[in-house]
Design a protein around this ligand. Structure first.
Ligand SMILES: *Cc1c(COP(=O)(O)O)cnc(C)c1O
Length: 398
């Protein structure tokens, strides 16, 4: 019989009762170091006092009112995001897929309103992940996600990632824009080169295309800057955010420059829950923490500590780990055995990680990890790796 909770995930047999910082305690008392952060989402870790207080206070006052009325918490959050980024205006929604849908709608509408109704196609990349709605599985382009869901939504052309010539070759009279993750997450933790991001900016300017970036996973501090494209010193025209933006409370956002944003007018796009007082209180609390001057430099410093440790482990165990990859606190180990085996070995050591494409185990801890957390995680990875090496050798010897 089908479980009451629809079985769209193959879940590990563990449930968590509470947490503190990067640590989670399961209902059976086991403790885990959470280096998956609920898929790069629990940006401030678990039980962060400032976030918990903000949510609790707001919940007691008013949770939801709808966008039929002013929402001061949303106005404040938008103003702060505008102040901190390239954007002139922000639309709030509830998930990464919804933010990407809105971003593509905005790009198409902007081309339509500026004399180019024929420009509706987006250039996307092999290995991308943009979410699970009907249009976003087409933007993602992964056959596994498209199978059995009818004709793919038209308007998404795929080219190899990090390849400027392929992008330029794919541009036609119908191209509206480009949608790119500065660091591919689900697809295997692959950062685009900074040069590629700059080249896409100039290519979009040259052809009148709109540059959209999906920073759902790479953004909100994960790279060591507020958004990953800042490392390349170029800005998109429009960008999606979600995952870590509200510390685990569901929220997405579209951040855009005025020349794109102004084409979504009253009535042209909407969402019931988007930017409600509760979610915005959470996101404002996250920003309070992330905009402290020392926070992002600390993320960068801890990320380097973790990175060098992973590189060393990969070098020590070439039979188990092919390489370390990623940027900031969005890192991965490409595995020789199946990544699910590596993930299980780490789990047995008490470390939570997340599988990604390309046989990678993704390591995306809360941004508030301590040096001690990093060192503990590295020793757990090393111990898991040794066990995998032995298992692997046994298999090879048989
Ligand atoms: C997770 C993710 C999405 C989808 O976000 P949901 O909140 O699951 O809809 C889109 N793009 C990227 C880059 C992601 O990592």
């Amino acid at each position: 019989m089908i479980p009451a909770l629809m079985p769209t995930y193959s879940r590990a047999d563990v449930a968590f009762d509470h947490g503190e910082g990067a640590w989670l305690t399961a209902t059976d008392g086991r403790r885990f170091l959470d280096f998956g952060a609920g898929i790069a989402t629990s940006s401030l870790g678990h039980g962060h006092p400032h976030l918990v207080a903000a949510i609790t206070e707001q919940a007691a006052k008013v949770i939801h009112t709808s966008n039929l009325y002013r929402v001061p918490q949303a106005e404040r959050l938008a103003a702060r995001l505008v102040e901190a980024t390239f954007a002139d205006s922000v639309f709030f929604c509830n998930s990464g897929a919804e933010a990407n849908e809105g971003m593509v709608k905005m790009i198409r509408r902007a081309q339509y309103e500026t004399g180019h109704p024929e420009r509706y196609r987006m250039i996307c990349f092999n290995g991308a992940f943009h979410g699970r709605t009907l249009a976003m599985i087409s933007a993602t382009g992964n056959a596994k996600y498209l199978k059995g869901f009818g004709p793919a939504v038209d308007g998404f052309d795929h080219v190899p990632f990090d390849n400027l010539n392929a992008v330029r070759d794919a541009i036609t009279a119908e191209t509206a824009g480009i949608m790119v993750e500065p660091i591919q997450g689900e697809g295997g933790v692959r950062p685009a080169s900074l040069r590629f991001l700059r080249d896409m900016r100039s290519t979009c300017d040259e052809f009148g295309l709109i540059l959209g970036m999906d920073e759902v996973q790479s953004g909100m501090g994960r790279s060591g800057r507020l958004f990953a494209h800042e490392w390349a010193d170029v800005a998109p025209d429009v960008m999606s955010s979600a995952k870590g933006i509200a510390g685990g409370v569901p929220m997405g956002a579209i951040l855009a420059r005025e020349h794109v944003a102004k084409h979504l007018t009253a009535g042209s796009h909407g969402t019931t829950f988007g930017g409600n007082p509760l979610a915005c209180a959470a996101a404002n609390a996250v920003l309070d923490v992330m905009l402290e001057p020392s926070f992002l430099p600390e993320v960068d410093r801890k990320a380097r500590r973790l990175w060098f440790g992973l590189v060393e482990i990969a070098r020590e165990m070439p039979d188990v780990f092919e390489d370390a990859r990623g940027a900031g606190l969005l890192l991965g180990l490409r595995c020789v055995p199946p990544n699910t085996e590596a993930q299980a070995a780490f789990f047995d050591e008490g470390l939570l990680t997340v599988a990604a494409g390309d046989n990678v185990v993704r390591i995306a801890p809360p941004l508030v990890i301590t040096d001690a957390d990093v060192d503990t995680a590295l020793s757990m990875i090393r111990a898991g790796g040794h066990k995998l090496a032995r298992g692997h050798h046994q298999v090879a010897a048989q």
